[in-house]
Design a protein around this ligand. Structure first.
Ligand SMILES: NC(=O)c1ccc[n+]([C@@H]2O[C@H](COP(=O)([O-])OP(=O)(O)OC[C@H]3O[C@@H](n4cnc5c(N)ncnc54)[C@H](OP(=O)(O)O)[C@@H]3O)[C@@H](O)[C@H]2O)c1
Length: 272
């Protein structure tokens, strides 16, 4: 079960393709000759990327500007693709963001928007597009989680919980879809320099100082690990050895020992 071959009636739907890791994943898929459907809210950035990839790689690219917090807009994606005569054979659920700070200072609307984007949209798009993949006995899914999935994160509780959900969900549907010729991979990056810090309201210097340099992996390399992970039918792809080690440590450490340390170092938590 490697990545499906190029086909004029099929598309790779990439969410969060207006920035960061999503731009790089879209570029790698286009370089393999695969047609793309780019999704995010910022239409101008998607159009710019679409033009670049179409002229550089000679592939078909369309832009479907969508706010993924909106269930109606998500449902509409399937109809819009049907009108274009396209079915999704590669689904990359990459759009996402984090809030920052303790639960008692959280903005309720922002927290709910995060869960809708990071969790609800992942589930919804998998539910919308897996029936076609199963029918055709062909498809690949890449769900972008995080090393935040391997342990709770005081200071980013909703984000850590959301990514733990994505990891668990990806493992489970991988098993359901495996007999039907469809692969599912969870990409779990550590820190990456993208628009992520700004969206979370962290100054880039503060974000850089929050994790030692060895954990940082460039967005292009993260994307390569994700796309190769899909191609190799891996269950989980973690970019960089230090992040693999920290994920294992986070997974195995007793919570009562680990979590006070995580909380003490977290830039989003005030001193108690
Ligand atoms: N950077 C890191 O350190 C890091 C580490 C681990 C995991 N990740 C994960 O990697 C993924 C990509 O993040 P990134 O680092 O590339 O950050 P980024 O540069 O901020 O990109 C986030 C993307 O998500 C899209 N998005 C956000 N809210 C959306 C919404 N409501 N509807 C549609 N699209 C939406 C954004 O597009 P618009 O604003 O145009 O809508 C943008 O394209 C996320 O799932 C993130 O959690 C990042």
């Amino acid at each position: 079960m490697s990545l499906p071959a190029p086909n004029p009636d099929r598309t790779c739907l990439v969410t969060g393709a207006s920035s960061g890791i999503g731009v790089e994943i879209a570029g790698l898929l286009a370089a393999r000759g695969l047609g793309l459907t780019l999704v995010a809210r910022t239409e101008s950035k998607l159009r710019e990327l679409a033009d670049t990839l179409a002229s550089r790689h000679g592939v078909r690219v369309e832009v479907l500007a969508t706010d993924l917090t909106d269930a109606g807009a998500r449902s509409g994606l399937r109809g819009r693709l049907e009108e274009l005569g396209l079915s999704v054979n590669v689904l990359v659920n990459n759009a996402g963001f984090s809030t920052l700070g303790p639960v008692y200072r959280a903005d309720p609307d922002r927290e709910i928007a995060m869960v809708r984007t990071d969790v609800e949209a992942v589930v919804h798009l998998c539910v919308l597009f897996t029936p076609g993949m199963v029918e055709r006995r062909s498809g690949s899914i890449l769900n972008v989680a995080s090393t935040a999935a391997f342990q709770p994160i005081p200071g980013q509780a909703g984000y850590g919980g959301s990514k733990a959900f994505v990891l668990s969900y990806s493992h489970a549907i991988r098993e359901e879809l495996r007999p039907h010729g469809v692969s599912v991979t969870a990409l779990c990056p550590g820190p990456v320099e993208t628009g992520f810090a700004e969206a979370a309201g962290i100054a880039p210097e503060e974000m850089a100082a929050s994790m030692p340099k060895m954990f940082w992996v460039p967005a292009a390399e993260v994307a390569r690990v994700g796309v190769d992970g899909m191609d190799d039918n891996k269950a989980v792809a973690i970019p960089g050895l230090p992040n693999k080690a920290s994920a294992a440590l986070g997974w195995l450490s007793p919570r009562r020992i680990l979590l006070p340390i995580v909380a003490k170092q977290h830039p989003g938590l005030p001193d108690a």
